[in-house]
Design a protein around this ligand. Structure first.
Ligand code: ADP
Ligand code: ZN
Ligand code: ZN
Length: 814
C-alpha cells in the first residue's frame, strides 16, 4: 500500500500538492504538521499537511518528502477550516492564507548553497560570468544565491549556476535553517561538590583572600533564601560584582551556569479589580448576554466615552471563568497602547499582545502559547492578523471599533476583512462575537436592522458628561471678512486660547501630513511629480524635501521649476507640518506636538507622543486621522477640525460615511471626564448634510440617508462588489488586457460591470493600474459569480501576451 500526503505550499497556486511518504511517516504525520519538500527545480519549501491518504495523483509522480519538521501539529483543525473559508470567500489560494497566517519563522525556506567541486577543472572552459563565481569560491568555502547575484550584478543567476554544474566547477546543496531562536537566560547554581554545609565552610575559607569571589558566594546564599532560581544578572547586582567574578567561580568548579528558556514578552505589574459598571452599562451588559442567547453576533452601539471597554472587560471575565479563550481585536494596535494598558491592569499576565511590530521571535512565542492554551495567552489582544492564531477553545471575540478600515487587508493577498473573517471564526468555534463602535459601519447597522445581528445601545457617557458642543465655522465667510490668520479662523483661535488659559489641552485634526501636498510653479503651473508614480510630490519643510506618499521617493526641494526654469515655485494646500509651525508662532508660550506617520516611526513612536500628551507635556496635539482612534485623554476640552471639506469630496462611495465616522470619532476625544467639551469644525460648506449630521451627532439620520443612496446607486450593503485590478509596467499591456477583460465580463454580467477605469493615482512604483468593478445584485449567487470570474481569469491568463500582467481580485473591496 502506498501512502500520500496533500500539502499546502506557501505559493499563490490554488490547489494542494501531493507527495509520497512511507507507511511509518504516514502513521506519524498528522494534519497541521510541517514537512520540508522540494518544489520546482531547486527550491525547498515548508509544506503543511492538509490530508493523509492512499490515492496516487493521476497527473504527476508524487515526489518524496525531504524532512518532517514537527513532532505535533502546529496548526489545528479549526484553523484549516477557517483557511478554507478565507480561500474560497476571498478567492485566493490556501497557500496565500498559510503564508499570511504563520509567523515567517515557521515558514523556513531553503537557501541554495553553492560549493566548490572536489575535482580540479580547466578554467579556460569558463565564460566570464562563470569565472567570477568560480573565482569567488577559491576565496570562500560557499556562496548563497544572493551572494552570487551580488557578485554578478544580476538577478537571474540560475542559468549560470546550472552551466557551472554541467562543467563540474561547482555543486549545490540545500540548507534549511530555523529562524526562531529561543531566548535563554543564564542562571547560577552551586557546583554539586558543594552541596553540604561542611564543604561550604571550607569553601569560604579558601576564598578568604579573593574578596570579590567571597562576596559573590555570600550574595548567592542570601538570594537562595527566596527559593527561586538565581539569575546571573541578579547575583551580579546583589553582590556588586562583575560577570568575570562569576566566571572565575565557575572555572574553579564552585558555581555552575545553566540556562532557562523564557518568553521575550511578559507582563509585570500590579492588577486591579474590575470597575463597578454604572447603571447604563449594567443594562447593556445584561442585554448583550440576553442577545447572545439568540444571536451569535451582537453589535454594541455605544457613544464615545460611554465606557464600552468596561462592558467588554466584564464579559471577558465571565468567559475566562468558564476556561475559554478570548480574542480582542483592535484596529491598529500601535495606536491603542492605552487600551492595552487598561486591560493589562485588569487581567495581568493572562493577556498576550500580538501585532506586526513585534519581532519574528516574539510572534512565534505568542503562537506557541496560544497553541498550548497556556494561561498567559487566555486573552489575545491583537490587530487583524491575530485571527490566524491557533485558538482551540474560543469563547468570545470582541471587535472594537468595528467600523475601522484598518480591519481590511488590501495588499498582499489574502485581501480579507478581519471583522468578517472573525465572525466566521466565531462560528467555527461556536463562540460569541461582540462588535463595538460609536459609529458602526453601514453594513453592520444594516445587518442589525435586518435582525441578523443583535443590537444593544449605550447612549450615556460615563459620569453623565454631555457629548461635546459642536460648532461649524464657515471659512468662506471668514475669508471674505478677513478673519483668518493662516489656516485658523478667529473663532478657532479664540477657542484654543480659552482652553489653554484654563490649562486644558487641545487636539487639532488635519487629514494630510507634510507641509503642503502640492508644489506648483506660478509661472507655468507645472507641479513636480514623482518619477515612479502619477502623483504630485508633497513638500516637507523641516527636511526641505519633496516626498512621494505612495512610494517614499524623496528629493531635495528644488530652487527653480523643472519645467520652465523660473524660481517661482509656490506651495499650495496644507498638512500637519504647516499647522504645527503656524501654531508655534501663534502660541509661542505653549508646547505643540505632532502625531502623524512622519513622527511615529519606530516600535515605540506612538507611545512616546501619546505618553507625553497624557503627561500634559504637550498642550496642543496636531495630527492626522490616527488621532480619531479610541484614545482617552481626560484633560482635552477642545477638538478642532481644520478642513472638513477634503474628507467630504473624496471620490468613493463610502466617503460620506467615512467622513461622518472620522469627525464623530475625533470629536469624541473632547470633554471625556469632567465638563462638556467643545468641537469646532472649519468648512467652506457648513450646509453639507454630513456636517449637519455630525454637528447634531445624528447617526440614524446619516444611516438612513446613506442607505438610500446605496440602494439607488447599487452599492453595498445591497449589492456586493468584487474589484479586479491589473498592474504592469507596460501601459499598453494593461490597457489592452483590461479591455479584453471588460468585454469578457460584460458577456456574463452585462451592465453590472463598471469600468474599466484608472484609479486617482494611476501609476505607482512604475506599475500602471486599471480597475474593473463587478456589482453583484442581492439575489445573484455569489458562488456562481466567483466561479465565472475564475473561469474568465483562466482564459485571460492563457493569452500569452497577458500572462505577465498582475491580476488582483479583491472581494468586498471597500
Ligand atoms: P468608550 O470606549 O466607550 O469611548 P471608555 O471605555 O474609554 O469609553 O470609557 C471612557 C472613560 O470613562 C474611561 O476613562 C473609563 O475609565 C471611564 N469609565 C467608563 N466606565 C466607567 C465605570 N463604570 N467606572 C469608572 N470609570 C469608568
Ligand atoms: Zn514653471
Ligand atoms: Zn512615488
Amino acid at each position: 500500500m502506498q501512502h500520500f500526503i496533500d500539502l499546502i505550499l506557501p505559493i499563490p497556486i490554488q490547489k494542494t500538492f501531493t507527495y509520497s511518504v512511507t507507511e511509518d511517516e504516514a502513521n506519524f504525520l498528522k494534519k497541521g504538521m510541517r514537512v520540508a519538500v522540494s518544489f520546482g527545480k531547486t527550491k525547498m519549501y515548508t509544506g503543511l499537511v492538509f490530508n493523509i491518504h492512499q490515492m496516487a495523483p493521476t497527473l504527476y509522480d508524487a515526489k518524496e518528502i525531504h524532512q518532517i519538521l514537527d513532532e505535533e501539529p502546529l496548526v489545528n483543525e479549526q484553523q484549516l477550516q477557517h483557511w478554507s473559508w478565507i480561500s474560497d470567500y476571498y478567492m485566493c489560494s490556501l497557500g496565500e492564507v498559510y503564508r499570511a497566517s504563520l509567523p515567517s519563522a515557521f515558514l523556513l525556506e531553503s537557501e541554495t548553497i553553492i560549493i566548490k567541486s572536489d575535482v580540479p577543472i580547466d578554467e579556460s572552459i569558463l565564460l566570464d560570468d562563470e569565472f567570477l563565481v568560480y573565482e569567488a569560491l577559491q576565496h570562500q568555502s560557499q556562496l548563497t544565491l544572493h551572494q552570487v547575484a551580488a557578485i554578478l550584478g544580476k538577478k537571474k543567476v540560475m542559468p549560470i549556476v546550472n552551466t557551472l554544474i554541467q562543467k563540474s566547477a561547482i555543486s549545490i546543496q540545500e540548507e534549511i535553517y530555523e529562524q526562531y531562536k529561543p531566548k535563554l537566560v543564564k542562571y547560577v547554581r552551586l557546583h554539586p561538590d558543594y552541596s553540604s554545609d561542611a564543604s561550604l565552610e571550607k569553601l569560604l575559607e579558601t576564598l578568604s583572600k579573593a574578596k570579590k569571589q567571597r562576596e559573590a558566594v555570600l550574595g548567592f546564599f542570601q538570594l537562595l533564601s527566596s527559593k527561586k532560581p538565581i539569575k546571573a544578572k541578579d547575583l551580579e547586582v546583589k553582590a556588586a560584582v562583575s560577570s568575570s567574578v562569576l566566571k572565575s567561580l565557575v572555572d574553579k568548579n564552585i558555581f555552575e551556569f545553566y540556562e532557562i528558556q523564557i518568553d521575550r514578552i511578559s507582563f509585570v505589574g500590579d492588577t486591579n479589580d474590575l470597575k463597578q459598571l454604572n447603571e447604563f452599562q449594567q443594562v447593556a451588559l445584561q442585554e448583550i448576554k440576553d442577545s447572545f442567547q439568540k444571536k451569535d453576533v451582537t453589535l454594541l452601539h455605544g457613544i464615545t466615552s460611554s465606557g464600552k471597554t468596561e462592558v467588554y472587560t466584564k464579559l471577558i471575565q465571565e468567559v475566562l471563568d468558564t476556561g475559554k479563550q478570548v480574542l480582542f481585536l483592535l484596529p491598529e494596535i500601535a495606536l491603542t497602547t492605552q487600551i492595552i494598558t487598561r486591560l493589562q491592569v485588569y487581567f495581568g499576565d493572562q493577556i498576550s499582545v500580538f501585532h506586526s511590530k513585534y519581532s519574528i521571535n516574539e510572534r512565534v512565542e505568542v503562537w506557541k502559547n496560544v497553541l498550548e492554551n497556556k494561561s498567559k495567552a487566555r486573552i489575545i489582544l491583537g490587530a487583524r492578523s491575530s485571527i490566524f492564531l491557533p485558538f482551540s477553545n474560543l469563547g468570545l471575540i470582541v471587535v472594537d471599533e468595528e467600523h475601522e478600515t484598518s480591519y481590511k487587508q488590501f495588499e498582499p493577498s489574502p485581501r480579507y476583512n478581519a471583522r468578517d473573517a472573525a465572525i466566521v471564526l466565531a462560528k467555527i468555534h461556536k463562540s460569541k462575537i461582540l462588535l463595538g463602535s460609536a459609529t458602526p459601519s453601514l453594513e453592520t447597522s444594516f445587518n442589525a436592522a435586518q435582525n441578523k445581528y443583535g443590537l444593544v445601545p449605550l447612549n450615556r457617557r460615563h459620569g453623565n458628561v454631555q457629548l461635546p458642543k459642536i460648532e461649524l465655522i464657515d471659512i468662506k465667510e471668514k475669508q471674505r471678512k478677513k478673519e483668518m490668520k493662516g489656516h485658523f479662523s478667529d473663532r478657532m483661535l479664540l477657542l484654543i486660547q480659552e482652553a489653554l488659559e484654563a490649562k486644558e489641552q487641545v487636539i487639532l485634526f488635519q487629514n494630510r501630513r507634510g507641509y503642503s501636498p502640492v508644489v506648483e510653479c506660478k509661472t507655468c503651473g507645472v507641479s513636480p511629480e514623482c518619477p515612479n508614480c502619477d502623483v504630485t510630490l508633497t513638500f516637507h519643510k523641516f527636511k526641505h524635501e519633496l516626498r512621494c506618499h505612495y512610494c517614499n521617493y524623496q528629493r531635495a526641494m528644488p530652487n527653480s521649476c523643472g519645467a520652465c526654469g523660473s524660481n517661482t515655485l509656490d506651495t499650495k494646500g496644507f498638512g500637519t507640518e504647516q499647522i504645527e509651525m503656524e501654531l508655534k508662532t501663534l502660541f509661542p508660550d505653549y508646547t505643540i506636538g505632532r502625531m502623524d506617520l512622519d513622527t511615529t516611526r519606530g516600535k515605540h513612536g506612538y507611545q512616546k507622543i501619546i505618553g507625553a500628551f497624557e503627561a500634559r507635556e504637550i498642550d496642543v496635539l496636531v495630527g492626522t486621522q490616527m488621532l480619531s482612534k479610541g484614545l482617552d485623554f481626560e484633560n482635552v476640552s477642545l477638538v478642532g477640525i481644520l478642513n472638513a471639506d477634503s474628507m467630504l469630496n473624496f471620490p468613493d462611495f463610502r466617503a460620506h460615511e467615512r467622513a461622518y465616522q472620522m469627525m464623530v470619532q475625533v470629536s469624541g476625544r473632547a470633554g471625556r471626564s469632567k465638563k462638556q467639551g467643545n468641537v469646532a469644525i472649519q468648512t467652506f460648506n457648513p450646509n453639507h448634510q454630513i456636517l449637519q449630521q455630525v454637528s447634531t451627532t445624528s447617526y440614524l439620520a446619516m444611516y438612513k440617508e446613506q442607505l438610500q443612496e446605496r440602494w439607488q446607486y447599487k452599492y453595498p450593503p445591497y449589492f456586493r462588489l468584487i474589484k479586479i485590478t491589473l498592474k504592469h509596467r507596460d501601459y499598453n499591456k494593461v490597457d489592452s488586457g483590461i479591455d479584453w477583460l471588460a468585454k469578457a465580463l460584460q458577456q456574463s454580467f452585462g451592465e453590472f460591470v463598471l469600468g474599466p477605469s484608472a484609479p486617482a493615482v494611476s501609476r505607482i512604483r512604475n506599475q500602471y493600474i486599471k480597475n474593473l468593478v463587478i456589482k453583484i445584485p442581492p439575489k445573484q449567487s455569489l458562488a456562481n459569480t466567483k466561479n465565472q470570474i475564475l473561469k474568465i481569469r483562466n482564459t485571460f491568463e492563457a493569452v500569452k501576451d497577458y500572462r505577465p500582467i498582475r491580476f488582483i481580485i479583491d472581494v468586498d473591496a471597500y
